[in-house]
Design a protein around this ligand. Structure first.
Ligand SMILES: Cc1cc2nc3c(=O)[nH]c(=O)nc-3n(C[C@H](O)[C@H](O)[C@H](O)COP(=O)(O)OP(=O)(O)OC[C@H]3O[C@@H](n4cnc5c(N)ncnc54)[C@H](O)[C@@H]3O)c2cc1C
Length: 409
């Protein structure tokens, strides 16, 4: 059995290594000079390999088409992924929220371990972009790369999504799959910075907030809450908290979104009001704009005052109870209206891709083109942050590799 794997990312590497171990003659085509370029920058260079949780929890973190992944994850769970990497010589550790990282904190260790493993398994790596998938009578016969036809009984398409294109994930696979008759659910950004509807963030550009809570409202209804770190930018909001939140905001254009930032999540409104009263007492003869220095970062004070609708030059002792209540409300619900997401190139993952209706979940084989298999982010599945996207790449890559290597499928 000869197999061509297109794409040397996590899914393609996993598929190639396992297919070769199962006895197939495997060639992996990667258009970059090295495999795993995106993998090497995952988790801020630390690689959040998987999440130390059960399969049900992984599925709960997949907002689109989780049922499609049932078989793949059932056969290769996070525990299996952890055992796999430990066996490859990458010791792992589990951090907050079940996030699993290499003990070394180096993503490159994961890339190297996979690279040497596929080489040991006998995979031939060709550093050329695949330009086309070859077929005869609707069945795959190989790939076209480096000005040559490369014959193969089976082709595994693992070219990733369309985010961070400089890493090589430029969406080529969508084109190949579409040409063979597959439906491509329009690729859109997920885990992506958000664009503000307005200009409040501009004046706060560069300000990073730690230990804040956010609430995402869709048409005024709460759909998500989280706690952590975020950043104001010239276009809107970014940072880990915001990227995670963006994955829940899937209807820009048809629904309205607002993010409310709780700037003092450790204090309930009553306690916060007492704290504000204390600060007011200390600064009772100052202008209001000078009374919030102990409560807020300097840059944030004018924006909070404006949102509370209070004159910044009024003396603190003349602030009314209603105005104080308005200030407390803004501190707990600082509002930013969101108009949309940044472009897909800036997204951590792509949502959309090859329709899973046309892929057999038990084998990752195309239901349309005999001999073609899919793995990883090219499929119309994506997950929230926490190591779940890589877990999907490992599990679908493994299933595609093992299925493609079987003679009788
Ligand atoms: C900055 C960043 C951080 C991330 N951190 C995490 C994290 O910590 N944990 C997590 O779970 N997920 C993380 N992700 C998401 C995760 O990296 C992806 O979901 C995962 O890499 C998808 O794997 P893949 O193999 O499907 O595709 P990719 O990793 O995109 O690999 C596809 C490969 O195919 C190659 N290719 C494309 N077209 C061709 C062609 N025509 N011919 C030959 N080769 C081709 C590309 O060069 C690329 O190497 C992160 C993503 C980004 C951008």
């Amino acid at each position: 059995m000869t197999i061509a794997v297109i794409g040397g990312g996590p899914a393609g590497l996993m598929a190639a290594g396992l297919a070769a171990e199962a006895g197939a003659s495997v060639t992996l085509f990667e258009k970059n000079p090295k495999v795993g370029r995106k993998l090497a920058i995952t988790g801020k260079g630390r690689c959040n390999v998987t999440n130390n949780c059960d399969v049900q929890t992984v599925l709960a973190n997949v907002p689109v088409n989780p049922r499609f992944l049932y078989s793949a994850l059932g056969r290769f769970s996070p525990a299996d992924a952890m055992a796999f990497f430990e066996k490859l010589g990458v010791p792992l550790k589990t951090e907050r929220g079940g996030r699993v990282f290499p003990v070394s904190d180096k993503a490159i260790d994961v890339v190297d371990a996979l690279f040497f493993w596929v080489k040991r398994a006998g995979v031939t790596i060709v550093n050329e972009p695949v330009e086309d998938i070859l077929t005869r009578d609707g069945r795959v016969t190989g790939v076209f790369a480096g000005n040559h036809d490369h014959k193969a009984d089976r082709v595994i398409l693992a070219t990733g999504g369309a985010s961070y294109p400089l890493t090589g994930s430029t969406g080529d696979g969508y084109r190949f799959a579409k040409a063979l008759g597959h439906t491509i659910v329009p690729p859109r950004p997920s885990l992506v910075p958000l664009v503000e509807d307005g200009t409040a963030c501009q004046s706060l550009m560069g300000l990073s907030l730690r230990n804040v809570a956010i609430t995402v409202l869709e048409n005024d209804k709460t759909i998500y809450q989280d706690f952590g770190e975020m950043l104001f930018t010239h276009f809107g909001l970014s940072g880990p908290l915001i990227l995670s939140a963006s994955a829940h905001m899937r209807h820009f254009g048809s629904k309205n979104y607002r993010i409310e930032i709780d700037l003092k999540p450790a204090l309930d409104e009553k306690t916060l009001d007492k704290r504000v009263l204390g600060d007011f007492e200390k600064h009772k003869n100052s202008d209001f704009v000078n009374a919030l220095g102990e409560l807020l970062p300097r840059k944030l004070i004018p924006a909070v005052i404006e949102a509370a609708g209070i004159d910044p030059r009024v003396k603190v002792h003349s602030i009314t109870k209603a105005e104080r209540a308005s200030l407390v409300r803004v501190l707990k619900h600082f509002p930013i209206r969101i108009s949309g997401a940044r472009p897909i190139a800036e997204a951590i993952v792509t949502t959309g891709g090859v329709s899973v209706k046309q892929v057999d979940p038990k084998t990752m084989a195309s239901k349309i083109t005999p001999g073609l298999y899919f793995a990883g982010e090219i499929l119309d599945v994506d997950a929230y942050t926490g190591g779940f996207n890589l877990q999907i790449a490992w599990a679908t890559g493994r299933l595609a590799g093992l299925s493609a290597a079987q003679e009788d499928v």
